[in-house]
Design a protein around this ligand. Structure first.
Ligand SMILES: [Zn+2]
Length: 360
């Protein structure tokens, strides 16, 4: 029977840019054989490894999906129009064969699937800090196929970092951390576009930096930056996946817009000198691995809209006793930035707020 086949734009590079093809076939199976005979490169876009129509592709006969007809045995008559439509989100190109193989363990999860993997590939996640927390988060986010990973850091790789900052290697010593992290991310997954922000986030640049991202991961190591990231995320309405570590203890939570913030949890910083830094107090190298991977997990869940995010829940981890506990946290209606009557309406001087004085 003489039928027309409609080829959508993502598949046209394979059909010499033909949008409509004329073909002769008595049923859908025969038509696909004919089509693949003409354009063998279409096979990977339409069929799975078993030769069945891939789960990411729908075939329509006169606007009816063939599963509601007789599947591949659906008979065709003169003048029928058949459309082969791959799964798409926002005009994305279909998965390549390599992508289907790379992400197969995600794609078979009902909670992720082809649609979720597509979302991950289209998502933009920003890592503030590529140190202890940012490194493990970067590795897993890269492997998961986050489409764009922004990395912010102003530091260079030091030998003392390698005890926990697993995105950096011996050959990176002395190099900017963002460069070293970008290279590691690409070595894991060339699908990921890495945007390097080789700078220290500050009141005058953070709004512009975070504006481009869907999810912000706070992996910083000092109070002024923590409050800065918090306030910027509240003002920009961005989810902030928080992680912090100290010696053998870790904390993680998600501050979602309208659901409370770091200031609701800790309205003020401890006085300078009361809480030593990791440099002064030490940190078990594997600890940020646990917390950073929890942050990556939460970022992925936020992108997928899957499961129960760590919103209004502060997860506490003790590596020495190997215990996790969870406490509830709430939005404080009197919070100076996310409360009912906020007094902080723009970014402030965070060094001064934390009683540290200007950076030197
Ligand atoms: Zn708040």
């Amino acid at each position: 029977m003489a039928v027309k086949i409609y080829i959508p734009t993502p598949l046209r590079p394979v059909t010499e840019n033909n949008a409509k093809l004329d073909a002769e076939a008595k049923d859908v199976a025969g038509l696909l054989d004919e089509l693949l005979g003409r354009y063998p490169a279409l096979r990977g876009h339409i069929l799975d490894d078993n030769g069945d129509i891939s789960r990411f592709v729908s075939v329509y006969v006169n606007n009816e999906e063939i599963h509601s007809l007789q599947g591949k045995s659906t008979t065709l008559k003169d003048g029928d129009e058949v459309a082969v439509i791959p799964a798409m989100a926002g005009g994305a190109v279909p998965f390549t064969e390599d992508q289907i193989r790379r992400y197969s363990r995600h794609i078979i999860l009902p909670e992720v699937g082809g649609k979720g993997q597509r979302r991950l590939l289209e998502s933009r996640v920003l890592l503030i800090g590529t140190g202890g927390l940012g490194s493990p988060a970067a590795l897993y986010l890269a492997a998961a196929g986050i489409g764009t990973l922004g990395v912010v850091d102003f530091d260079v790789v030091d030998l003392s970092n390698l005890q926990r900052q697993v995105a950096h290697h011996v050959h990176d010593l002395g190099r900017p951390k963002v460069q070293s992290a970008a290279e590691t991310i690409h070595d894991i997954n060339p699908d990921v576009k890495v945007v390097q922000h080789n700078t220290r986030v500050a009141s005058d640049n953070i709004m512009e930096i975070i504006g481009d991202y869907d999810v912000i991961i706070d992996g910083c190591d000092n109070f002024p930056t923590r409050y800065l990231v918090n306030d910027a995320c509240v003002l920009a309405g961005k989810p902030n996946v928080h992680g912090s570590i100290f010696r053998f203890d870790g904390q993680a939570t998600v501050f979602a817009p309208g659901k409370g913030c770091y200031r609701c949890l800790f309205p003020a910083t401890p006085p300078p000198g009361m809480v030593p830094s990791c440099q002064e107090a030490g940190v078990l190298g594997v600890l940020p691995g646990i917390i950073g991977v929890i942050q990556a997990t939460e970022a992925i869940k936020l992108v997928l809209g899957a499961g129960e995010p760590l919103i209004n829940r502060l997860l506490l981890y003790d590596a020495l006793t190997m215990e996790f506990r969870e406490v509830r946290i709430r939005r404080d209606t009197n919070c100076p930035i996310c409360g009912d009557n906020p007094t902080i309406k723009e970014l402030i001087d965070y060094e001064q707020f934390c009683g540290i004085g200007p950076a030197h």
